[in-house]
Ligand binder design. Structure first.
Ligand code: NAD
Length: 351
């Protein structure tokens, strides 16, 4: 057991009886979980863990929070009620099962696990223990996506025809355990499933490896949803500038989301508004950019997780949702390997 301890000082915002929170894995993303949880009302950050003492020390910073270099000691000594699991994706299953054994509710970063079989073991263990397992599909908490979902549900665009996501940027050298499909595609697969309320039936993908690692870094994928909507994924780690965007092409126009700017625009199909029903034609109509109150998606995600723990569920994003996104990612990887379309394993379970 390698641990070091700094005296606990309960946050001045926190009240007695607050939920005891902890974070395991304090790299790029875990440090953000720690920052947000440190001043989330109703939550007391009682422990942080990272296998790397330097990362641990950096994440603790000037805060006085107990720090540990292994998950077991954190679980035993800090006794958290809720834990963010933010270790590399290949370790999610191992750490999540320890957290479940330790009796804490957990939010596991995306992808839920590096294999569907591992994700299923996590989901079964959490369910058997009566614990909430939520998955960090953070874009669901992006206010521009939430505004888009409301507008689609209100029927603003009419029938959805095609949905396309672009998620590109520079190469992240720290990620070596999974390729770009597993690392990034689950974000957009999850958003597409959530917006359409539909499942992906089959996929076709092309993937390439250009940087000298064991994993793919350049990828395009086609998704066929049960209801007939086409999905397109353009995702890579080889683009010098970062872009995260989503377009939803509908009968009556096209919505465009910039995930990073948290903006939502609608380009109206003037011909469709002139004649309801089937597309008689498509002509460029007015463009409207909607006001979206920006907020940090991670904060909204952790608030929703806290509320689920307080109210005893359901999880904001279920293990089933995490598994469904991962099943599509696995099918994309198989398709890229085989060079042919692949059916997606359908995942049963509670949403
Ligand atoms: N939701 C998002 O937008 C988002 C963004 C980035 C990363 N992520 C996810 O978060 C997870 C972590 O990604 P990252 O970019 O922060 O990686 P990272 O490599 O920057 O950080 C991982 C940390 O985990 C620590 N670690 C490794 N094994 C450990 C163990 N057994 N116990 C405790 N600590 C351990 C490492 O020392 C490191 O500090 C991944 O699953 C990734 O997919 C999600």
């Amino acid at each position: 057991m390698a641990s070091f301890f700094l005296p606990v000082r309960r946050s001045t915002l926190a009240l007695m009886g607050d939920l005891r929170a902890a974070v395991i894995g304090l790299g790029n993303m875990g440090a953000n979980h720690a920052r947000v949880l440190a001043d989330l009302p109703g939550v007391d950050l009682v422990g942080l863990a990272d296998a790397d003492p330097a990362r641990l020390e950096k994440a603790i910073g000037r805060r006085t929070i107990p720090g540990f270099t292994d998950a077991e000691t954190l679980l035993r000594e800090a006794r958290p009620d809720m834990v963010s699991v933010v270790v590399p994706s290949g370790l999610h299953e191992d750490v999540a099962l320890r957290v479940i054994e330790g009796g804490a509710h957990l939010l596991v970063e995306k992808p839920i696990a590096s294999t569907l079989a591992g994700a299923a073991r996590m989901a079964r263990a959490a369910e058997a223990a009566g614990l909430i397992l939520s998955v960090g599909h953070i874009e669901r908490f992006n206010p521009a996506v939430q505004e888009l979902k409301q507008r689609l549900e209100a029927g603003q665009g009419g029938q959805v025809l095609q949905i396309r996501a672009r998620r590109v940027g520079p190469f992240p050298h720290r990620i070596r355990d999974v390729g770009v499909i597993h690392d990034l595609a689950p974000h957009d697969i999850d958003i597409m499933r959530s917006l359409l309320g539909d499942e992906v039936e089959r996929v076709y993908a092309e993937a390439r490896r250009h940087v000298n690692t064991d994993n793919d870094d350049l990828f395009v994928g086609l998704l066929h949803f049960r209801g007939g909507v086409q999905g397109m994924l353009d995702i890579n780690w080889l683009t010098p500038t970062k872009e995260r965007s989503l377009t939803v092409l509908c009968m009556k126009g096209m919505f465009a989301v910039d995930y990073a700017a948290q903006s939502l625009t609608f380009y109206e199909n003037f011909a469709a508004s002139a004649r309801e029903g089937a597309i008689a034609s498509v002509t460029e109509g007015p463009m409207t950019r909607y006001p979206v109150a920006n907020r940090e998606p991670l904060r909204a995600e952790l608030e929703a997780f806290r509320d689920a723990v307080l109210g005893a569920g359901p999880p904001p994003v279920s293990a089933y949702d995490g598994m469904a996104a991962l099943a599509v990612a696995e099918a994309l990887v198989r398709s890229a390997e085989q060079g042919s379309p692949v059916s997606v394993q359908q995942v049963g379970g509670r949403r």
